[in-house]
Design a protein around this ligand. Structure first.
Ligand code: ADP
Ligand code: MG
Length: 238
């Protein structure tokens, strides 16, 4: 079970209130996209789910477990960021399996997971290369591979495609969608790109200034926006 619940969640940095009472119910296996303008609190919300930031008030549940005080490594999640910090001196193989090595996963299991994931992501011919010898799209695939081999119940993506050129972005979008269909895991995906949100999401949460303005399926958000902010942000027809 990897549903996610946020109940009346607040986040403050000093006197600045960044999240202002977030309620969100994400079902197991859903593909949720958080959209909204820069600075509205998307990354902060994701970081509260991952545990990289602590909650000021309210609660976060993953499955039926309250995780407010659970460290990131003990939450069954994997994160993919826009700046895919790969180890520059390690080859692709070691970049992907490094996490398994530190957790002392048996060698044969590491090999099996590596083969499965590298085939799925079409990087099986790149395993001996160093990150410096890869294109941006290939590096992003390696970063995804590193997350996938951990076989988490929840994937969190923070603008994973924003460093890629337009053509590659569309290609990777399709790949990520396929991945979700194949794995059926819960995904929370942050972007400021409305089209990305419309193509990927089972439901979209539109954020503005620390609030969720609307949480609904893409068609509803687009065709039946709750207010002017959502309408103008999503580019809804008048
Ligand atoms: P988004 O991802 O939607 O662009 P963020 O969640 O990164 O927005 O940031 C929301 C707001 O919180 C911004 O105003 C940002 O400056 C502020 N913020 C984020 N992280 C911190 C921090 N560690 N300390 C102080 N303010 C922060
Ligand atoms: Mg952000």
């Amino acid at each position: 079970m990897a549903s996610i619940s946020l109940n009346n969640v607040f986040k403050r940095f000093g006197s600045t209130e960044v999240l202002k009472g977030i309620d969100l119910e994400i079902e197991d296996g859903e593909f949720i996209v958080l959209v909204g303008p820069s600075g509205c609190g998307k990354s902060t919300l994701l970081n509260l789910i991952s545990g990289l930031e602590t909650i000021s008030e309210g609660e976060v549940l993953i499955g039926d477990k309250r995780v407010n005080n659970v460290p990131p490594k003990d939450r069954d999640i994997a994160l993919v960021f826009q700046s895919y910090a790969l180890y520059p001196t390690k080859n692709v193989r070691d970049n992907i399996t490094f996490g398994m090595q530190t957790r002392k996963v048996p060698e044969s299991e590491q090999q099996a997971a590596l083969s499965e994931v590298s085939e799925m992501l079409h990087i099986d011919h790149l395993l001996e290369r160093k990150p410096g010898q890869l294109s941006g799209g290939q590096r992003q695939r390696v970063a995804m591979g590193r997350a996938l081999v951990r076989k988490p119940e929840v994937f969190l993506f923070d603008e994973p495609l924003s460093n890629l050129d337009a053509k590659l972005r569309i290609e990777m979008r399709t790949e990520i969608k396929k991945l979700h269909q194949r794995l059926g895991k819960t995904i929370v995906y942050v972007t400021h790109d409305q089209i990305e949100a419309m193509t990927l999401a089972s439901r979209i949460a539109v954020m503005d200034n620390g609030h969720i303005r609307q949480f609904a399926d893409p068609t509803t958000v687009y065709e039946d926006p709750v207010d002017l902010f959502v309408a103008s942000f999503m580019g809804s027809p008048p």
